[in-house]
Every structure is written in C-alpha cells, then in structure tokens.
Design a protein around this ligand. Structure first.
Ligand code: SAH
Length: 218
C-alpha cells in the first residue's frame, strides 16, 4: 500500500539505507521494510519520527522496538516464505507485519488486553493473515505448534522450555535474555534435547512478564 505522503516515503528510503549500513544484508528483510509503513503502527503525533532509528512509546506505555532491532531479529531468524513463525510480544504489531511481509505465516501473542485490542484490527488491515492471540507468551501458543521459528520481542528472564518445546527440530528461536538488559540469543533446535546457542550483543527490551493482564496500562 503506497503512502501518499512523499516526505515519509523519502524518510523510509533513508532508513533502509541506514539499516544496510548497520549490517542488515538479508534482502527479504530490507524489502519488508520497504513494503511496510511503520508510521501506520503509530499515532499520528509520532509520524515524523516513524522512520528514525529510535524506539518509541506506545499509548499503553509499552514500546515499539527500534527499526534496526526489528531488522536484526528478523535477519537472525532466517525466515523463508511459508514458514510458521510465533512471535511473543505483539505490541504495536510492526514486527509481526515485517515477518508477514517476508512471507511468513505469523502467530503473535500479547499479554496486555488493551494492546491486543488496539493492534488486532490494525494487523487485520495491514497484514491480514497474521493470527493474534491474547495470552501469556511463557506458555507459547500450543494450538498451532510446532513453529519453524520463534521470536521473542520482550526481555526474557531465561529461555522458556515451553517455547523450545513448540519449535520444530531444525527450527530457530531468537530471544533477548536478561533482566535489566538482555543478550540477544539465537538458538537452533538440533534434536528434542539438543540446542546450539549463539550470542549477538546487548539490547534493552521491556520485560517479559508472566500472566495475561486486563489493566489498560501499568
Ligand atoms: N514486537 C513489538 C515489541 C513490543 S514491546 C513491536 O513490534 O512493537 C514488547 C511487548 O511484549 C509488550 O507489548 C508487552 O506487553 C509484551 N509482553 C511482555 N510479556 C509478555 C508475555 N509474557 N506474553 C506476551 N506478551 C508479553
């Protein structure tokens, strides 16, 4: 869906060049950033910042990750068209939409009812095949398991075994692990009990918290 706002369109092209300069080489990721309009996932007051490489606050006090972080996690995930991808932490829906634009069948879980209700119709509109689910990401989304890929977009205290169990053998999970700050981990499931793990530097995410919540904000 091309935007009619040429200023934003120019900013989007610049952002894609910045992502290349920051080491994003997967053309599938870069194409997805070209197709998806990040400003549509933000309130209009924030549109002028939509294509800067910064994390922004959502109305419910959660954050939409920096574009370079979304691109980096998407690249680590090595998504191939048609693969089933589970995302934990729907938030604004932008990461889910990028994975959709990369050709994945996306399932995304959010624990905050307000965000779930806000983002579901947005994704229906902009990334129609994405399945949204109001639930606790520590439990994954067993109904549609196993998944080829799992991406966690909140800071996890540890690597939940439940999520590893919902990954196919040969599947990849990308998860930021840590409490105050996180280390990005890429985990390959080699067999039912063996995993290969690699670290990819430090990041700061909002925490992955247990249980669904109905409070509008916290
Ligand atoms: N992928 C999002 C990033 C949002 S920030 C985006 O592109 O905008 C992380 C999100 O994870 C927040 O919305 C937070 O509410 C959610 N979250 C935290 N713990 C969770 C859990 N246990 N299950 C599901 N979502 C969780």
């Amino acid at each position: 869906m091309p935007t009619d706002n040429y200023l934003l369109l120019g900013q989007k092209k610049r952002l894609i060049e910045q992502l290349r300069a920051k080491g994003i080489t997967d053309e599938n990721v870069l194409n997805a950033f070209d197709k998806m309009e990040r400003h549509r996932f933000l309130e209009s007051l924030l549109w002028s910042q939509a294509y800067e490489d910064v994390a922004l606050k959502l109305t419910t006090d959660q954050t939409i990750s920096k574009p370079s972080t979304v691109a980096f996690q998407s690249q680590l995930l090595e998504v191939k068209k048609g693969q089933k991808v589970l995302e934990i932490g729907t938030g604004s829906g932008f990461q889910a939409a990028i994975l959709y634009a990369m050709g994945a069948k996306v399932y995304t879980v959010e624990r905050q009812i307000a965000l779930f209700k806000h983002t579901k119709p947005l994704l229906n509109d902009l990334a129609p095949s994405v399945i949204t689910y109001y639930g606790d990401g520590f439990k994954g989304y067993p109904q549609f398991a196993p998944y080829d890929r799992i991406i966690v977009t909140c800071g996890a205290p540890d690597v939940p075994q439940t999520l590893l169990d919902q990954l196919v053998i040969g599947g990849i999970m990308v998860i930021p692990v840590g409490v105050e700050s996180q280390v990005m981990k890429k985990i390959v499931k080699v067999s039912d009990s063996e995993y290969e793990e690699e670290d990819f530097g430090g990041f700061v995410f909002v925490p992955m918290l247990k249980e669904r919540v109905r409070r509008p904000t916290y």
